[in-house]
Design a protein around this ligand. Sequence first.
Ligand code: DAH
Length: 348
Amino acid sequence: MENLNELSEVISQIKEEITNGIEKLENSRMAYEFRKSFMDNKAGKISALMKEMRNIPGEQKAAFGKGINDLKNWAAGKFEEIDAALKAKEAMARYESEKIDVTMPSVKPELGNLHPVTQIRSQITDIFTSMGFEVFEGSEIETDYYNFTALNTPADHPARDMQDTFYLSPGFLLRTQTSSGQIHVMENKKPPIKILSPGKVFRSDDDATHSPMFTQMEGLVVDKGITLSDLKGSLDTLVKKVFGEETTTRFRPSYFPFTEPSVEVDVSCFECGGKGCRLCKGTGWIEVLGAGVVNRKVLKNCGIDPDEYSGYAFGIGIERLAMLKYGINNIKLLYESDLRVLKQINEN
Ligand code: DAH
């Protein structure tokens, strides 16, 4: 390039190129590259013009430099303008795509619920603690003494055959009943005693209605003048709350070594109201627990004078209650953690 005329021609060309090129830019990335092709210090077309300076005669240098500078400023303005416009467009597109409708109903997170056995255990605990009972949780590993002997079931007693025991070592076993808790409490506390003892128990037993591990809830009351009618009153309150106000109880004579007299407690069938149905096998009654008046020998074993004090005790199988209440026919369903089953029996 040799003179100003030539320069102004080149400037017009570049301006035209920029004006046309800008029209075709679709995004800020393209705008960046396009700008670079003119303004880049090394490879830019406008920068290259500067290098022509040395070929320009001295008196024209100032005007030449001004021409290029003006072009540079003009181009910078254009590039800035298009860059801002494209970036604004991109931002809008992003806002649009990330738009959140805050009025949309939310996706409800699935809430877990307490296991049916836990629910019944808590319900029974609430009922009895409201009547002044305290909770005592014994240990799952017991000695033969607490699980059997002190409960009036010595080594050769036929009642031991009622329960198949998991022995751990001579003298130690997995408790077969929460009744062992009665002894611990009576050894450590003087009457009046009103305790509830929930927990796992273990028996070598396994079919549709029996599991090697299940849950029991023991109740024990010892005081002056406690009789079978106190037991009846407490259990009536219990079953009305668990199975409904219409429910009543019936005592049938039974045998447990640690109670005398002993009873099996039936509730009037909450399914048919006592008329007879499949659940109660046509009898109108369903057996729910064992109970009785604490055997004098058991009180004596714990250092409590049976002439001064008397008591009642009961033992409830929680899984059995859950099965009756929720219509579950196989105890294993309670332990398989199958959400389809657990969801069906969620009361909340
Ligand atoms: N321990 C008995 C069982 O597991 C249940 C039982 C019956 C508990 C009578 C008691 C009771 O406290 O008085 O079969």
